[in-house]
Design a protein around this ligand. Structure first.
Ligand SMILES: *[C@@H]1O[C@H](CO)[C@@H](O)[C@H](O)[C@H]1NC(C)=O
Length: 497
């Protein structure tokens, strides 16, 4: 036995070292696995080995909690006998947060790119409610042109940055209008659209929500103008005798028409071309539906909420008729540096949030992730059902920075916190917007302070007076000072921003 000790120690060191390098639970599994693989040791030594892995692992986890690594964060795992069985599913990280690496680059040229998020259900079954929506982000360099095309999807566009001119051809008419940061534009499925970035210096960035109308969850770009490739014109899919007859021209002229363009979808335009295509009004009058405008600017709405810690803007079908039939609204929270929005939840709407500017973090309570990891690990099969209600919430937490997308399902309490040196601007596409209500969980008019005194007492198990006092201490509404700014005048406040 004595001879085994140095060897065991060595292996343990190896196992623990691999734990130290990694950041996630797979290392715990690996550590334990190495204990198991040791042939020469007795049962109690093996147990010792397991325990050492666990001790190290939990120490490391609490250390991570304190320093707040902003990794997509799944709270603390219960370690136990069944830990090992869970291992295969540990990859199932936080399915609500999308960063750069989760995007597919749909189209890319030296003058810009279109990044698309994969279908949400490819990430997690929890996102099934929004599986027929897709998100794309277009970035075009100054003085560029995006070749006319149409999509088999209804779309809502939000101009996150820059100035452009958008042209939409639908029902035999072309509507051209200038767009700029803050504009929301609805584009009907099948509309032929083209776009220029008319600015000399600034990028044009547009976030798009797409609702496919043909294959659920799938959409395609269709290019009329184009060549044999990059982009290929869909005309090229037809036999030449068909095209000759349909267009009533000779074949050599068709070959010339479809034989030239191969520069890509986002291309450079000359100054004169840009100038000629930019002579339009802001907003524009919609030729398709009476008085309604082609676009609406979020920033120019009266804020729904506003104080020194931030403003909330929203447009829905009542401000902008084009959104009426989609059951979508678009909102924007401008959270002042050091401030936060929420906690609050949306009663019906699931939010697809795009970080437009700034930095910060968010936290969300999620019962689904908790029940996935918790019920399997802790409860015997028989008691699973009964313990499920109120049995726990996972704290979903991630750092926010420009270009990230976060999904906030209906009913899930959430808070967004701006960093201390920059405003955080988050635009949300709200799906199921009709009759949606943002329910505040803190501050003036928070839902808890509406409860009857007896309900407070029974629900919290302390005198109603105390409950009332606590939930009425915050005088602001929706936007508050964040934890970073509270450090000085707080009793026990932990500042982990
Ligand atoms: C966002 O808030 C800042 C002040 O914190 C303000 O200067 C800026 O104009 C706001 N932007 C919008 C779009 O409201």
């Amino acid at each position: 036995m004595v001879k085994v000790r140095p060897f065991l120690f060595c292996v343990l060191l190896l196992a623990v070292a691999s734990l130290a390098l990694g950041t996630k639970d797979p290392e715990l599994k690996q550590c334990k696995h190495q204990c198991k693989a040791l042939q020469q040791i007795g049962e109690h030594q093996r147990k010792e080995c397991y325990e050492m892995c666990e001790r190290y692992h939990s120490e490391k986890q609490s250390k991570e909690e304190d320093t707040s690594t902003f990794l997509p964060y799944r709270g603390r795992e219960e370690t136990g006998e069944e830990e090992e069985q869970q291992y295969g599913e540990q990859e199932r990280e936080n399915p609500y947060v999308f960063e750069d690496q989760h995007f597919i680059t749909g189209i890319k040229t030296q003058h810009g790119r279109i990044r698309v998020l994969p279908k949400f259900t490819e990430r997690s079954k929890l996102l099934k409610g929004i599986e027929n929506y897709r998100v794309a982000i277009l970035e075009a360099n100054p003085q560029t042109f995006i070749v006319p095309n149409h999509w088999d999807a209804d779309a809502v566009l939000f101009v996150a940055q820059g100035r452009g001119t958008l042209n939409l051809v639908r029902r035999g008419k072309r509507n051209s209008f200038n767009i700029r940061a803050g504009d929301v534009i609805r584009v009907h499925a099948g509309t032929t659209a083209y776009l220029i970035n008319r600015d000399n210096n600034e990028k044009l960035v547009i976030a798009k929500l797409l609702n496919p109308v043909s294959t659920p969850g799938q959409f395609e770009h269709f290019f009329g103008p184009g060549g044999r490739e990059n982009p290929e014109s869909f005309y090229n899919a037809f036999s030449s005798e068909i095209l000759e007859s349909a267009l009533n021209v000779r074949r050599d002229r068709l070959q010339r028409l479809f034989g030239q363009q191969r520069e890509g979808v986002i291309i450079r335009a000359s100054e004169e071309q840009i100038r000629a295509m930019s002579q339009h009004e802001e907003g524009g009058i919609w030729p398709f539906g009476g008085e309604s405008k082609g676009s609406v600017n979020l920033y120019r709405q009266r804020p729904l909420q506003s104080n020194q810690y931030g403003q909330l803007y929203e447009v829905d079908g009542s401000h902008y008729r084009q959104l009426e039939d989609l059951d979508i609204s678009v909102s924007l929270a401008n959270i002042t540096q050091g401030g936060m929005f929420g906690p609050a939840y949306s009663s019906r709407a699931t939010k697809i949030a795009v970080v437009v500017d700034g930095e910060g973090y968010f936290e969300m309570a999620c019962p689904h992730l908790a029940s996935e990891s918790g019920s399997r690990g802790r409860q015997s099969r028989g008691s699973e059902r009964e313990t499920r209600i109120g049995s726990g919430y996972q704290k979903v937490r991630a750092r926010l920075r420009r270009g990230m997308v976060v999904i906030i399902p209906a009913g899930h309490p959430v808070v967004n916190v701006a960093s201390n040196n920059q405003n955080l601007q988050v635009v949300c596409f709200n799906i199921n917007a009709r009759n949606n209500e943002i329910v505040p969980l803190a501050g003036r008019n928070n839902v808890m302070s509406q409860l009857e005194r007896e309900a407070m007492e029974l629900g919290f198990g302390i005198p109603a007076r105390e409950v009332e006092e606590i939930f009425r201490s915050q005088q602001e509404e929706f936007f508050f000072q964040g934890p970073g700014g509270r450090q000085q005048h707080q009793e026990g406040g932990r500042a982990d921003a």
